[in-house]
Write a protein that binds this ligand. Structure first.
Ligand SMILES: [Zn+2]
Length: 261
């Protein structure tokens, strides 16, 4: 099969995964439902069972850049940064700075943003899912998580939010998320417990890392030339580390288009 066809197949597989069609990471979920919990599903608050402590949430980076106003136009296709961990428990500091030797988009000085995949058990579908959360939202959720745990520990010193029901919903201003105590049956809690620390949750697959040739194509096709240094396409990665770090800004709105595809 030609490389053209292979690339087309890979793109189709990614589209399928994003839409929640059958197999792959979405196996076992109904048509149209993906492993990634959508913002719209949590609009009025949705009950989950928390599967990991924030210190064990998987983190990774994406390259993304676009206008916030008046449209949500992207300057190039969002993609996961190759200078990201592939599993839980990696040294945070090791990945804080862009690394042009590991990722050609870092080398092209593409904007880089931190994400967390929060593992959750969804009682509605009886399996695990993830909330692929921007740093800003994760930060807010961790604040609520710690408050909830601290309050509960007064009555039950051994209490942990991990393995317990929580409700995640949008904040009243609609700009972020909140986490509060939820209710679940003992059967749900028991079913969720089997996924705590489960190797079945393949974060590297969920983050959808592409190879360098795919990244080159994205850089080549960037819709706004000023947002990427296309000159990197002329040479292979040489190990320079440009500084493209950016301050953490609060996103102005929540969208389902923020999945890693
Ligand atoms: Zn990168």
């Amino acid at each position: 099969m030609s490389i053209r066809n292979k690339l087309k197949e890979r793109e189709e597989a990614r589209d399928k995964a994003a839409q929640g069609a059958g197999g792959g990471i979405n196996a076992g979920l109904p048509e149209g439902v993906t492993r990634y919990v959508k913002a719209s599903e949590m609009a009025d608050g949705k009950t989950f069972v928390m599967l990991a402590d924030p210190d064990a949430w998987y983190f990774y980076y994406t390259h993304e850049d676009g206008a916030k106003y008046p449209s949500r136009d992207r300057y190039y296709q969002k993609h996961s940064c190759l200078h990201s961990p592939r599993k839980v428990g990696e040294d945070f500091d090791k990945y804080t700075k862009p690394n042009g030797a590991a990722c050609i988009s870092c080398k092209a000085k593409a904007k880089r943003k931190l994400y967390f995949m929060i593992p959750l058990f969804d009682p509605q579908y009886g399996t695990w899912r993830v909330f692929d959360s921007k740093e800003f939202h994760a930060n807010n959720l961790i604040g609520d998580y710690d408050k909830l745990e601290k309050a509960a520990k007064k009555f039950r010193p051994d209490y942990s939010v991990v393995g317990d029901a929580v409700i995640i919903g949008k904040t009243s201003d609609g700009k972020s998320y909140s986490l509060q105590s939820g209710d679940a049956t003992p059967e749900v809690i028991q079913a969720a417990a089997t996924f705590i620390g489960s190797a079945e949750i393949d974060y590297a697959e969920l983050a959808n890392f592409r190879d360098e040739s795919d990244l080159r194509e994205i850089i080549e096709k960037a819709w706004d030339e000023a947002k990427l240094d296309k000159s990197v396409l002329g040479a292979r990665s040489s190990g320079t580390t440009p500084d493209s770090s950016e301050p953490t800004g609060a996103p102005t709105e929540i969208s389902d288009e923020d999945l890693p595809f």
